[in-house]
Design a protein around this ligand. Sequence first.
Ligand code: ADP
Length: 448
Amino acid sequence: APVVYDVVVVGSGGAGLAAAIQACDEGARVAIIEKMPTIGGNTIKASVGMNAAETRFQALKGIKDSKDLFYDETLKGGKFKNNPQLLREFVNLAPEAIEWLASHGIELNDITITGGMSIDRTHRPADRSAVGGFLISGLVKNINTRNIEVLLETSVADILFENGAVTGVKVVDEYNDTRILNAKSVIVATGGFSANREMVVKYRPELDGFVTTNHKGATGSGIAMLQKIGADTVDMGEIQIHPTVEQTTSYLISESIRGGGAMLVSQAGQRFFNEMETRDKVSAQIIALPEKSAWIIFDEQIRLNNKAADEYIGRGFVISAATPEELAAKINMDPTALQHTLERFNQFVEQQNDEDFGRKTALRHPLNQGPYYAIRIAPGVHHTMGGVTINVDTSVLDSQKQIIPGAWAAGEVVGGIHGANRIGGNAVADIIIFGIKAGHNAAVHALS
Ligand code: ADP
């Protein structure tokens, strides 16, 4: 006889784990199905943090922010393509999601900034480490204390649908055995499709050949499964390339390095753009350079303030030198040009006015403390903004905007929230906010 759950969660990234915890706490019998051998999906690679406005932690630091401003800046960053209802819900629920995490032992109480935002609202762990690992390990602790079942190396091949409602899933395990799991609610939290080159190129032919920052499970399977039961999709061609990806390892260089005060220079040793602009714009400027790549330059003070920097150094792709001259020599850059660019940048920091490119944020301190560091970067496929359509309750919608009973979706598999360009720090917010919501609604639906 098939195993019966109330809620089956497909995917063990941030959205799936948050959903499972919430559904369990509302009394549902929950299982998480994960096709990879490990938990955490692409979320575990998240670097910078979680955006939210009007939070307790901002207040503690005296940061004045507003939900409306957060909404407006996200909408502008998304080129006004964002779904207004979903975005409003996102902004409204963000502070509660920060508190939900804190009450689950996952406190994001340090705050920084990302491109396209005017205020420090990116919440991260107190030790300023990357948010992804911290978040997943905290969520996994909550999964374990609740004894929620997690089936690894098991992929959902189909969502079962009978008499107008979802009835469960068909799974295939590591031995290629197929099983049916019955459930009244299925939460699809399978992430995006950045690692599915064929699918990326189908929607954006010009991205052929780009590296991706994503884990290899980011194949978009959830989108296809939901389409089979009638789900509609939106913004499928909106694929984000992240401007700062180390090309030999496809390793993402966190926006928090620029947010900590770093600058970008071309091989000619020149700044070429406002480093704190949105990802799409910064990427386009890098691709327009003759080398189609650039250097991120930072100093010892930035390294000391950012754990990620030490991780990059450990990975062996950071070039360092005691002085700017020596650094330039090591990266085949004209030392006079780099020196001049540094002096000019430092002057802009002193006067808090970037006369060349109008950078207004993260002019934190002059880059004048050796050693100096450089990482060669270029854009890589990073996030798929498009996906299935949902309503504010995370119910999956068909092409007539009708709900598909029992089908819920949260996280990167969903389209519409980020419009044409996702702001750094908004993916973690998205997965937690809508993951909790999906868990709640899926449980209520299954238990009713
Ligand atoms: P999000 O950030 O939206 O939570 P992630 O990429 O972090 O998304 O996590 C999605 C997870 O879903 C990944 O771990 C991925 O391996 C898993 N996954 C994707 N498709 C399937 C599938 N068909 N069956 C089971 N797990 C899947």
